[in-house]
Design a binder for this molecule. Structure first.
Ligand SMILES: Cc1ncc(C[n+]2csc(CCOP(=O)(O)OP(=O)(O)O)c2C)c(N)n1
Length: 278
């Protein structure tokens, strides 16, 4: 388990990231934002950027940096929220989310100087690109690692499994995927839309699987990530993290309604008050 100071830093940053999500989502006005998908993934993204990944906001193109790919790109607010906290994006820039001309669009658009590694949002594609990046690192004998956030609904995509099988075949032990298993996707409960055993599928594809029951517990997420980093299985790794969609804002938790939508002033005030009293 990570040291207490690191865990405390991640928890504090996670709190700030939730606030960033609300600020940016409210800034989007009628265009709306994916609140629920971002909030479930906060502890995962925070643990990566503030506990596990090698990266330097002052040198965003550092060749040795670990790569992060947010394959569930619609949840970009957790990613942007972390980039704000790390210093890749200023607070002023944060408030341009979804405004005309802003580099902070509703899905990540590659912008290396701001820490956005690849464009993503078409489900399955980001994960396949992440596997390609891990393969490229192997070919070039580079030691950085690739981390990829995948949705549980996203695991319905055929491309995920083509890329996963190929990664295992190529022994890509330098990639860790984290499945944000929040159980709710765009149009319903994930197990009602496609009742698949994703643990068994990842194992069958040849990956080392770790099931994390508390994916919104920073200490446990950090510990799982470190364990996978130290693994000597020679396989690609996946952490299947049980999370809560909309985590941290009670009226958004486990709610299909808050997958993506605009937020009005009353809802904004209520969300801010939840965070201030958390
Ligand atoms: C290829 C593709 N098909 C459909 C969509 C539309 N879409 C956006 S989010 C989403 C649901 C994703 O669910 P999940 O992966 O569980 O992520 P969550 O929102 O729960 O974080 C869908 C179907 C898309 N972005 N890409």
């Amino acid at each position: 388990m990570g040291d207490q100071q690191t865990v405390a830093r991640i928890k504090k940053t996670a709190h700030n990231m939730r606030r960033n999500v609300i600020e940016m989502g409210y800034t989007a006005g009628d265009r709306g934002a994916h609140f629920g998908p971002a909030l479930s993934s906060i502890e995962i993204v925070a643990s990566l950027f503030f506990g596990v990944m090698k990266h330097d906001p002052k040198n965003p193109t550092l060749p040795e940096r670990d790569r992060f790919v947010q394959s569930k790109g619609h949840a970009c607010l957790s990613y942007y929220g972390a980039l704000v906290e790390a210093g890749y994006i200023t607070t002023e820039e944060m408030y341009t989310f979804k405004q005309d001309g802003s580099f902070l669009s509703g899905h990540p658009s590659r912008h290396l100087s701001h820490g956005i590694e690849i464009s993503s949002g078409s489900l399955g594609h980001g994960f396949a690109v992440a596997c390609g990046m891990a393969k490229a690192a192997k070919v070039k004998k580079e030691n950085h690692r690739v981390y990829c956030l995948v949705g549980d609904g996203e695991c319905n995509e055929g491309l995920v499994w083509e890329a996963a099988m190929n990664a295992a075949k190529n022994g890509l032990d330098n990639i860790t995927a984290i499945v944000d298993r929040n159980g709710v996707q765009l149009a319903g409960k994930t197990n009602e839309i496609m009742d698949i055993d994703i643990e068994a599928l990842w194992r069958a594809a040849g990956w080392e699987v770790f099931v994390l029951e508390e994916g919104n517990d920073a200490a446990k997420v950090l510990s799982a990530l470190e364990m996978m980093k130290d693994s000597t299985s020679g396989k690609p790794h996946v952490i299947i993290a049980q999370t809560v969609k909309g985590k941290g804002i009670s009226f958004m938790e486990d709610s299909l309604d808050w997958h993506a939508r605009p937020m009005n002033k009353d809802q904004y005030d209520e969300a801010v008050s939840f965070l201030e009293n958390a």
